[in-house]
Design a protein around this ligand. Structure first.
Ligand code: KIV
Ligand code: ZN
Length: 387
């Protein structure tokens, strides 16, 4: 099986649907260029029929970006596809992402339809989109809750109709990793013509399993993952790009490559957080403020002896330069000595002991001890050269 994993970023479509996160076109272009520099393969730039703003953003992003494929979302409706084709006219590489709900509840309550009619509508949409573009992705919305036998029939029919990528969304974030992985494997084992298309994961995080489900999908043969920066997205969000990129990079036994330049992860995360006015939780994996911060004395001592004791990722690999040792009331002398040394202050043992006693008193009162506090305690200041 091919070992290239395609990264499909939907920050500007699924991510941007979050209330309060809307971006204007200029901001979306800024994010799209950052995603290009990060190395994503596909940028889902919007849902053109949904609003003039989305339509215009797809046009402008198509002009601004060179390498990644620009993707536009549609329902399985001809008018949606016509508008998407128009919005993609300047894209150097273009994809239409069309689809329909396939679970029994979607078929019954959303479409008041039946399984056979849904397959007909899916096939018609894919065939119609293929008249305009060579690259058509089909999504089986709520595939997570669609029974595997019927899902396999849908997937087989849309591949036969010309779909190049088939997306298996766990729209409600309900699947267990074992179940989602088995679903991908079932499709690989049971769909005729599966080699003519790439299977894609698209997982939501309602039960905190989006990343685990995505990895289960990849381990079972999916070769595209749909992700967002910082995991933003509807409700509890989508699978976080940074988590997938770093899992693939650090677990060599998975033997899969992405095109992500991981050192651009942190700056891109900061950019998206600030433009979307969406703070990143401090303990968020990979990009949270505390993701590489060692605060207990035992851990700090270990890390100062050898980082491998408590670090599985070098923070520089994701573009973080800061010192990862956070000084708190639980820090030991070694951490204080190390921080002072970075600041250019080398103290004799006796003086260090005194400064450490003062440091503990201050740390009991103050949550964040910063470099200036430490320099004051050591009787130094930033302007002096202590070495
Ligand atoms: O979660 C979902 O099912 C989606 C589709 C529209 C791809 O976002
Ligand atoms: Zn989604």
């Amino acid at each position: 099986m091919d070992n290239r994993l395609f990264i499909f970023d939907t920050t500007l479509r699924d991510g941007e649907q979050v209330p309060g996160c809307q971006l204007n076109t200029v901001e979306k272009i800024q994010v799209a260029k950052a995603l290009e520099a990060l190395g994503v393969d596909v940028i889902e730039a919007g849902f053109p029929i949904s609003s003039p703003g989305d339509f215009n953003s797809v046009i402008e992003i198509s002009k601004a970006v060179t390498w990644p494929t620009i993707c536009a979302l549609t329902r399985a409706v001809q008018k949606d596809i016509d508008v998407a084709v128009d919005a993609l006219k300047f894209a150097k590489h273009k994809r239409i992402h069309t689809g329909i709900g396939t679970s029994d509840s979607h078929i019954k309550y959303k479409f008041n339809s039946n399984r056979e009619e849904i397959i007909e509508r899916a096939v018609a949409a894919v065939k119609y989109a293929r008249r305009f573009v060579d690259d058509v992705e089909f999504y089986a919305e709520d595939a997570g809750r669609t029974d595997n036998e019927y899902l396999a029939r849908v997937v087989e029919a849309v591949i036969k109709a010309g779909a190049t990528v088939v997306n298996i969304p766990d729209t409600t974030g309900y699947c267990l990793p074992s179940e989602y992985g088995a679903k991908i494997k079932y499709l690989i084992d049971h769909v005729d013509g599966i080699d003519n298309a790439i299977l894609s994961t698209h997982c939501h995080n309602d039960l905190g399993m989006a990343t685990a489900n995505t990895i289960a999908g990849v381990l079972n043969g999916a070769r595209q993952v749909e992700v967002t920066i910082n995991g933003i997205g509807e409700r509890a969000g989508n699978t976080a790009l940074e988590e997938i990129a770093m899992i693939i990079k650090s677990h060599h036994e998975i033997d899969i490559q992405t095109n992500i330049n991981t050192q651009k992860i942190y700056p891109t995360s900061r950019m998206v957080s600030s433009l979307m006015n969406m703070p990143v939780q401090p303990n968020k994996a990979i990009v949270g403020r505390n993701a590489f911060a060692h605060s207990s004395g035992i851990h700090q001592d270990g890390v100062l002896k050898n980082v491998q004791t408590y670090e599985i990722i070098d923070p520089h690999d994701v573009g973080i330069d800061d010192n990862s040792i956070v000084l708190t009331a639980r820090s030991g002398r070694a951490a204080l000595k190390n921080r002072l040394s970075i600041l250019g202050v080398d103290l004799e043992q006796e003086k260090l002991d005194k400064v450490y006693d003062e440091f503990l008193k201050l740390a009991d009162k103050k949550k964040d001890i910063n470099d200036d506090d430490i320099l004051v305690l050591a009787g130094a200041d930033r302007s002096q050269n202590h070495r």
